[in-house]
Design a protein around this ligand. Structure first.
Ligand SMILES: Nc1ncnc2c1ncn2[C@@H]1O[C@H](COP(=O)(O)OP(=O)(O)OP(=O)(O)O)[C@@H](O)[C@H]1O
Length: 233
């Protein structure tokens, strides 16, 4: 099991008010699977991803990822864990505007002790021929490919994707989903995808629905559909 989350709570203090971003959240993610996380805005999806990826600490419960219990790790160890195992992909790509495609991906490579080959990785995402371009010279879909390459070159155990197609049109978005599926199948990388697009759930092996910090639904798809066939919403 790549990821085991058990009764995790996360509380943010906002002035006098406590915000329960996660309430007793429990979840198992088997190895090499694609998991989609659905739920309304503010339901705790990003918080769950950040907890699993070692970005956020949590308030009780346990998270076991790639054989490590995150609640027991000191800050430096948590940073090391994040660098070694987790690849992050965001809606807004977060590329460094003053660096070329190759230099942006190099940033990911430098974080890893066991990186993949640069040319191989950029070829896999279809961006080798644009390796000397800057982000502003690329379309949204191309920028997201670079962001995926930056995460992928670390050779992570799992990819955490927060609305990876949220800024993209249907055709480009489906291309990105196809790439994520390809990465899952080729490298055995576990892929977690947060989305507001219900249809994306149909291409996942497992679907989780969150509401008010709780995981309220969890089911497995026997036959996940191809990304091209996803109903776009
Ligand atoms: N750093 C923070 N400080 C205070 N409250 C926070 C913080 N981060 C998240 N929250 C609150 O925790 C709750 C869960 O937020 P989270 O971002 O996990 O939800 P989400 O489901 O990912 O939402 P969205 O779909 O809008 O991104 C929300 O009420 C949010 O306002």
């Amino acid at each position: 099991m790549t990821i085991v989350v058990e009764r995790v709570n996360k509380v943010y203090q906002s002035g006098e008010v406590d915000i329960h971003a996660l309430r007793e959240a429990s979840l198992n993610v088997p190895d090499n699977k694609i998991v989609t996380i659905l739920g309304p805005s503010g339901s705790g999806k990003s918080t769950l991803l950040n907890v699993i990826g070692g970005i956020d600490r949590f308030d009780g419960g346990s998270v076991r990822v790639a054989g490590q219990s995150l609640e027991n790790l000191k800050d430096g160890q948590l940073t090391e864990f994040r660098r070694t195992y987790a690849g992050f992909i965001f809606q807004q790509y977060n590329l460094i505007p003053t660096l070329t495609v190759e230099e942006n991906v190099e940033v990911g490579k430098e974080l890893s002790q066991n990186p993949l080959d640069m040319k191989d990785t950029l070829e896999k995402v279809g961006m080798w021929d644009k390796k000397d371009k800057f982000p502003y010279q690329l379309s949204g879909g191309e920028q997201q490919r670079v962001a995926i390459a930056r995460a992928l070159i670390k050779n992570p155990t799992f990819l955490l994707c927060d609305e990876p197609t949220g800024a993209l049109d249907e055709e480009t978005g489906k291309n990105i989903l196809r790439l994520l599926k390809y990465v899952n199948e080729t490298y055995g990388t576990t892929v977690l995808i947060i989305t507001h697009n219900q249809g994306i759930g149909d291409m996942a092996h497992k679907v989780i629905r969150m509401s008010s910090g709780e995981i309220v639904e969890e089911y497995e798809n026997e036959n996940p559909i191809e990304p091209e066939k996803v109903t776009w919403a």
